[in-house]
Ligand binder design. Structure first.
Ligand SMILES: NC(=O)C1=CN([C@@H]2O[C@H](COP(=O)(O)OP(=O)(O)OC[C@H]3O[C@@H](n4cnc5c(N)ncnc54)[C@H](O)[C@@H]3O)[C@@H](O)[C@H]2O)C=CC1
Ligand SMILES: O=P(O)(O)OC[C@H]1O[C@](O)(CO)[C@@H](O)[C@@H]1O
Length: 384
């Protein structure tokens, strides 16, 4: 069995690649970073170091790497004969992966079992986004190709920080992980990934994950950055920041209870677990990494605006989430392109135009005026 995984970065090597290896797949990594591809091909094994309580070392073997920028045809050929394709490239990069998969489907033996495709990104229905991109790029040819692949959405959860210089291909991760995958697209032949669990309806899982782990993590990062703290675990040790994170997460939990009927007590335990994970002092994680790409994180279907909008529509409280949005608007990291663009746009756009274009909220939405007011406040701080 063969799996091709696009994106040999932190989550690619430290989580998806590891679980595919444990499932018995030969692994082909595809990436565009030539030094990383060379480094992977220079070793015959790498180690995933789980740090913190209960962590162990896991060794991954049976892999190689291809550079899809230098040799796209080699990637297409591998995908054409693979059983599974996964991605962990970032949701905005899926459109660049799509042409390789499309070309591979055109080459694929029509009698072969359908290619099982799963995007492992922090986004709601990322695999559907990838499928829609492939379908759009295929045009009319899609009718003849669609039966050659099945697409399943997934929710992936493991904290994999930026890796310290000199660690080579090895990856340091937290011990915890969760990989929930939609079962129905596979019929009675799901991929063999013992570390994953298959669910009939992914919506509650992905929203519970994105609106708790990712909302909480990003809230910690933005308040931490505002306080001048560098490490995530240090940020959470500040009682004021911890209270702000707790306030935002109580609101997302209330939404998850109202929307999906999740149990309030179980959600409280889930929140406690993730706060312990963020506080793991052995994890070298920074507010810069966790706060990265604030424009993506402030968009309509993401970890702040999506739950706040739905909560507001239901008349549920949103003060904690809006406070987190206010902190996100102050995220000013010169090394992060989106943070630089965020601060530039805050200077250049009216509060209404900024709110509409960045958050995607409609002017008549119950949340719009409150976000617009936060933007106006930030602009006053900037003297804009
Ligand atoms: N790091 C984490 O803790 C988690 C990350 N994720 C998600 O996983 C995705 C990747 O995140 P990380 O691994 O942290 O980022 P990363 O930056 O470490 O890895 C991304 C990799 O994708 C590669 N890449 C970029 N364009 C590509 C292309 N066109 N084709 C193939 N490879 C390409 C990059 O060179 C890089 O090696 C994101 O969607 C993130 O939200 C999800 C859960 C946890
Ligand atoms: O690109 P993003 O969305 O920040 O992804 C990384 C996030 O995902 C997580 O791994 C949670 O699963 C966090 O470590 C981190 O905040």
């Amino acid at each position: 069995m063969k799996a091709v995984h696009f994106g040999a970065g932190n989550i690619g090597r430290g989580f998806v690649g590891l679980l595919l290896h444990e499932g018995g797949y030969d692994l082909v990594f595809s990436d565009v970073a030539a030094p990383l591809v060379d480094a992977i091909n220079a070793v015959s094994e790498y180690t995933v170091h789980e740090v913190g309580d209960g962590g162990t070392d896991k060794v991954v073997t049976g892999f190689r790497a291809l550079n899809s920028a230098a040799d796209p045809q080699a990637v297409v050929d591998e995908v054409a004969t693979a059983n599974v394709v996964t991605t962990a490239v970032g949701p905005t990069i899926l459109k660049f992966v799509a042409p390789h998969i499309l070309a591979a489907l055109a080459l694929r033996d029509p009698a072969a079992p359908p290619l099982q495709i799963m995007a492992c990104e922090n986004a709601i229905n990322a695999t559907d986004q990838l499928r829609d991109e492939i379908r759009a790029q295929a045009g009319d040819a899609w009718h003849g190709l669609s039966a050659r692949a099945v697409f399943a959405n997934t929710a992936v959860d493991r904290i994999v920080p930026a890796q310290p210089a000199g660690s080579g291909v090895d990856v340091t991760v937290e011990p915890f992980y969760e990989w929930a995958i939609e079962r129905p697209p596979f019929g009675d032949q799901p991929p063999t990934i013992p570390g994953a669990h298959f669910v009939d309806d992914l919506a509650p899982y992905i929203e519970r994950k994105l609106f708790t782990v990712n909302t909480g993590h990003a809230t910690t990062a933005y308040f931490g950055a505002q306080a001048g703290v560098e490490k995530i675990s240090d940020a959470l040790a500040d009682p004021e920041i911890a209270a702000s994170v707790a306030a935002a997460l109580e609101e997302t939990s209330a939404l998850l209870v109202a929307k999906h009927g999740l149990d309030a007590g179980e959600l409280a335990e889930y929140r406690a677990t993730i706060l312990r994970r963020f506080a793991n002092p052995a994890l070298p994680d920074t507010v810069g990494r966790v706060g990265r790409q604030p424009l993506r994180k402030l968009s309509r279907h993401e970890r702040f605006i999506a739950p706040a909008a739905e909560a507001a529509e239901r008349g549920l409280p949103v003060d904690g989430l809006l406070a987190a949005v206010g902190a996100a608007l102050r995220f000013d990291d010169p090394e992060d392109e989106q943070a630089v663009e965020l601060q530039r746009r805050l200077r250049d756009e009216t509060p209404a135009a900024f709110t509409a274009s960045v958050t995607g909220l409609e002017p008549e939405h119950p949340l719009f005026a409150r976000v617009e007011a936060l933007v106006g406040r930030r602009q006053k701080e900037l003297g804009a």
